[in-house]
Design a protein around this ligand. Sequence first.
Ligand SMILES: *[C@@H]1O[C@H](CO)[C@@H](O)[C@H](O)[C@H]1NC(C)=O
Length: 103
Amino acid sequence: MASHNRLSMEDIAGGTITLSNIGAIGGKFGSPLLNLPEVAIIALGRIQKLPRYDDDENVYPSSIINVTVGADHRVVDGATVARFCNEWKSLVEKPELLLLHMR
Ligand SMILES: *[C@@H]1O[C@H](CO)[C@@H](O)[C@H](O)[C@H]1NC(C)=O
C-alpha cells in the first residue's frame, strides 16, 4: 500500500514516531510538528555532496543530510533525543554496527 501511495489514516494511526522524508521533495530542513499522540517526529532532508576535511586537512566529497527532530518534552527530554540522534548517526554512517544489535 505505502509503495502505491495508498495509506489510509487507519494504516498510519497508533504509532510512536513519524519519520518524514522531506528530502524526497527537495527539502533541506524543516520544523516538524508532532503528530499527537505520537512522541516524536523526525524529518530527513535531501542528501547533498559537500566538501569536508579529513584528519590531515585534505578536502574530500561527503554525503550530508540534515535531520530535524521534534519531540514531546513531557515524554522525552532533550538529552535523550540528542543521544538517539548520535546513536542513529553512527548506525547510518556504519551500518555494519547494526549487526551488534541483532539477536
Ligand atoms: C541544512 O540546513 C541548513 C539550514 O539550517 C541549510 O543551510 C543547509 O544547506 C542544509 N544542509 C543540507 C546538507 O541540506
